[in-house]
Structure formats: C-alpha cells, structure tokens
Ligand binder design. Structure first.
Ligand SMILES: *[C@@H]1O[C@H](CO)[C@@H](O)[C@H](O)[C@H]1NC(C)=O
Ligand SMILES: *[C@@H]1O[C@H](CO)[C@@H](O)[C@H](O)[C@H]1NC(C)=O
Ligand SMILES: *[C@@H]1O[C@H](CO)[C@@H](O)[C@H](O)[C@H]1NC(C)=O
Ligand SMILES: *[C@@H]1O[C@H](CO)[C@@H](O)[C@H](O)[C@H]1NC(C)=O
Length: 486
C-alpha cells in the first residue's frame, strides 16, 4: 500500500466515522456447464417466460414448476437450455452495466418510488417495509420490479456492445428456508418478492447473450449502513454479529444451489465496511473464506466467485483465495472520486490522472493475486444527483450536505445533473473523456461494470442516457481520447 493510500485511508476513516450514515460510497483511496441436478428441486424454479413476447411484461411466475425444469432437459437427460453464454474470462474484457436500483431500491436512482409513499421517513427498503402496510409496500415494489428493468433493457444492453450485467439483490429477497440454516429466515421488516424477477432476468440475459454477475448487495444487519444495503443506519451490525454472518453464508449457499449454473459470477458481498475497524475487517475476511467454500460446495467449480476489497485497498488482499486456497475467484474494485471534499477539490485533469493511477495499483495486484474487475464506477464528477447521499440529504458540491461553517462550496449544481438536455458540449466532452479513461483502466485488468444502466433523474450516472446523448459510444471500443494513461 502506497503512502498516498495510507494517508488517504486515514483521512477517509476519520471522515467515515463522522459521516458514515449518509453516503453511498466514500472511497476511492481507496461457460459454464449446465448442471441440472437434483439439488434444483427447491422452492423456486425458473419462471416460465415466453421470450419472444414483446410489449408485455407479465409478472413472473412465483410458483414451483418442476415441469419447467423437466421440459428443459432433453429426453436423454442431458442438460441443455439453461447454459449461460460462454465468456472467455482471462481473454475477453468484461464490459458491463449494473442494474442498480432495481431489486434493491436506492432513493436517488428512483426518487419517484420513494415520493409515491407520501412519507419522507421512508429512506430505504427497510423503512419502506417498516412504515408501510404490507399490501401497499408490495404494490409499490411489484410495480417497480415490473417496469424498471424489462427484457427490452437487455436488448439495448446487448446492442451497446456490452457482455455483462451485475445484478444487486438483498438477502431478504432470497427465499432461504429453515432447512438451509440454523438462523432466522424471516425477511422482516423487508418486503420479499424480488427473487422470481431475478430468475426471469437470468432468462433474458441468456436470451440476449449477456453474462450475469449476481451480487449480494444487502446482508442481514447491514454490511455498511448505506441505504443501498437496504438499511441506512449509523449502526450496521452485520460485521459484529456472527448469526448475521452465518445467515449470509447460508443465503449464498442457497443461492448458489438454485442459480449457480445460470450465472457466471456470484459476488459474495457488496462493499463490506472494512474501514469500521479490525473486527469488521477480520469478519469480512473470514466470511469470504467460508462463503467461498459454501458456494463451491453448492455450485461446483465452474462459477466464478467474486469478493470485494471492502474499502481496504486491493493490496490488502494479496494472495487471498489464490490456489490452493481457491480458484476462479475475482476481485471487485469500485472507483468513485466524489464522496469527499478532498476528491471534489480535484480539477478535471486531476480526476483523469487519479483514475490512471489505478492501472498500476490494480495491474500489480492482479499479477500476483486475483482477476480484477472495476465493478462500479460512473461518469459523475460531482455528488449533485438528488438524494445521492441519502433521501433528504444535499450535496457536498454545493455545500447543501450538512450546511455549516465547515461546509465547503465547490460550485453550483446547475448543469451537472438531472436531464442532459441543457448540458454544455464542454461538460459532455468531459463525461466522454472520464468514461474513456475509466474504461481504459478497467481494460488493463479484466474489465469494467458501469454504475448504472438507468437513473430517473441523474443522467450523468445513466449508461442509457449516455448512449442517447452521445457521451458514451454505441461501440465501447470507440475512442475519442486514445491511450489517456500512456
Ligand atoms: C410466444 O409468443 C409468440 C409471439 O407472441 C407466439 O407466436 C408463440 O406461440 C408463443 N409461444 C408460446 C410457447 O407461448
Ligand atoms: C442478526 O443476528 C441477531 C443476533 O442473533 C438476530 O437477533 C437478528 O435477527 C439477526 N438479523 C437478521 C436480519 O437475521
Ligand atoms: C479543498 O480545497 C480548499 C480550497 O483550497 C481547502 O480549503 C480545503 O482544505 C480542501 N479540502 C480538502 C479536504 O483537502
Ligand atoms: C432547458 O432550458 C430551457 C430554457 O431555459 C428550459 O425551458 C427547459 O426546461 C430546460 N430543460 C431542462 C430539462 O432543464
């Protein structure tokens, strides 16, 4: 770890202790064979979807359907249609988008969903379940699951030359049963029901040649306290509650059994808060080891297993899960430069230069340890997107985030977020260059997954709007700014 990293982490840790309740991310310093086997008789099965149907988006079947599985296997019993697209890991570059704010809500991605509750105390999926009656919460969520991502999105994603999606899901959506764990299986206060939507999305992905990284984004007790873990809290407890960690391992085992032959990558946990202290860092490390074993036992050797750096820097994970302790493991690194004044102080050129430093950091880590993917990054140069820091919370950029004497004003948010219609050409050029540099960095290792495919009211975060507005090219290998880091 470089001195700069240490210094940054130090600042970052103090910063987190003060403000850990509010931010999505702080850090920058910071073919599967088909195995249709007997394990797949459990509660939920693939929904029956007519993939040639367009224009309608019938809700996925939530019923058990052995017939689907049976009909998918040929008469000789050899596995066929559930095989996922072949992707040449280690040769081809992962180019993907996150399906953010779909199966795990985030207020800033879909403010309208939160506004529709009529209750501004509802700041995440946890409080939505707590403060709404069950029928209302179910109706709101179902409407959202049915419409936010449809098969047409997979058509557009494939047309944009992308080969992966990363799909966040919360533990409360994964129908772990008591036969699979000694811990609680209650989703309360969350509203379950997203699982069949995930299963249907796997069918869509397969239909359109897209590989899937399924990502456990919310763990019991919350692994980081961010709203995107399901629960915005200053006191996440996952890392210090062994029962919650056990439940997480059991949930991953269940998921691996159910869909391990339909996804390319299972990501064990998104953004565990390793910065909260040694107890958390140690818990995350132990959890990754146990969850890795559980996934391998349940799903075999084909599926890739992804860990994250837990905000500790990739160099904290040198030789972790490398042979003989593991195989086909991958590292997910997230890069944002907007969640502190320190980072917002950077000029545009400094943001570009800073991004380039990761070619070295990630490249050298990968050469000794695991395949590395930049699994979250965006075009955002400010934290201006409405509610990015949490529902009801402003931005650091324009000093509306905890306004006060110590709050630094970097500039007005006008023209940086919202609808791109009136953005300047200069700004769109910056977004293009920032996109290109991060793609360049990601492709020095195994590739990249942009955060995020869609956002209601923050076009700088939207891959779809970038394609529409022209600051993201329709062919992800096109360059206006070749070899920025060279
Ligand atoms: C699927 O939908 C297409 C188009 O609507 C229809 O022609 C076809 O018969 C359907 N197949 C099944 C199995 O329902
Ligand atoms: C987390 O663990 C505690 C302690 O065993 C337990 O009471 C609680 O129900 C668990 N939370 C979840 C969401 O499983
Ligand atoms: C950002 O820049 C301002 C103005 O130069 C300076 O006062 C402030 O200390 C800087 N903030 C950080 C966190 O470096
Ligand atoms: C763009 O600017 C025009 C003229 O100022 C304004 O009427 C329109 O509402 C703006 N559009 C957006 C999306 O902000």
């Amino acid at each position: 770890m470089s001195l700069r990293h240490l210094l940054f982490n130090h600042i970052f840790i103090s910063f987190c202790i003060i403000y850990f309740t509010t931010s999505r991310h702080y850090v920058s310093a910071k073919t599967q064979k088909c195995r249709l086997n007997s394990q797949k008789q459990a509660v939920f099965q693939h929904p029956v979807i007519n993939s040639t149907t367009t224009g309608t988006n019938a809700p996925p079947s939530t019923t058990t359907s052995h017939s689907t599985v049976t009909s998918m296997a040929s008469s000789t019993g050899s596995p066929t249609p559930t095989a996922i697209p072949n992707f040449a890991y280690g040769v081809d570059k992962i180019r993907g988008v996150n399906l953010g704010g779909w199966l795990v809500l985030e207020p800033w991605i879909t403010p309208s969903v939160f506004e529709s509750t009529g209750n501004d105390q509802i700041v995440d999926e946890f409080t939505m379940g707590q403060l709404l009656d069950t029928a209302t919460a179910q109706a709101i969520l179902k409407q959202h699951w049915d419409t936010w991502i449809t098969e047409d999105d997979f058509v557009q994603i494939a047309a944009a030359g992308l080969n992966h999606v990363r799909i966040p899901i919360g533990y409360w959506s994964i129908p772990l049963t008591s036969s699979g764990t000694s811990t609680s299986t209650s989703p309360a206060p969350y509203t379950p029901g997203a699982w069949p939507y995930l299963l249907r999305a796997l069918t869509w992905a397969r239909n359109h040649g897209i590989s899937v990284i399924v990502d456990l984004h919310g763990a019991p007790g919350s692994q980081n306290g961010y709203d995107n873990s399901g629960q915005r809290t200053s006191n996440p407890v996952w890392g210090v509650t062994p029962d919650n960690i056990t439940r997480t391992v059991d949930t991953l085992r269940f998921m691996a059994k159910e869909i391990g032959d339909q996804v390319s990558v299972i990501e064990l946990l998104n953004e565990g808060a390793g910065f909260r202290g040694n107890d958390w860092a140690t818990a995350i490390r132990g959890f990754f080891g146990n969850a890795y074993e559980a996934v391998r036992e349940a799903a075999g050797d084909e599926v890739k297993v992804m860990i994250g750096d837990a905000f500790l820097g990739v160099n904290s994970w040198t030789n972790f899960l490398t042979p003989p302790n593991g195989h086909d493991a991958m590292m997910d690194f997230h890069e944002y430069q907007i969640f502190s004044d320190l980072e917002l102080n950077r000029t545009f050129d400094q943001h570009i230069d800073f991004a380039c430093t990761y070619t070295q950091t990630l490249g050298s880590y990968e050469s000794t340890s695991l395949w590395t993917v930049v699994g979250e990054w965006s075009n955002a140069l400010t934290d201006c997107a409405q509610w990015l820091n949490g529902r009801g919370i402003g931005a650091r950029w324009d000093a509306t985030w905890f306004p006060g004497p110590n709050s630094q004003f970097h500039g007005s948010c006008n023209g940086f977020t919202g609808n791109w219609e009136n953005w300047t050409d200069d700004y769109k050029d910056m977004l293009r260059k920032y996109w290109e540099v991060q793609v360049e960095v990601g492709e020095t290792v195994q590739g990249w997954v942009f955060w995020t495919w869609k956002a209601e009211n923050a076009d700088e975060w939207s891959y779809q709007k970038g394609l529409e507005g022209g600051w993201i090219p329709m062919d992800p290998t096109d360059r206006k700014f070749p070899n920025i880091c060279a």
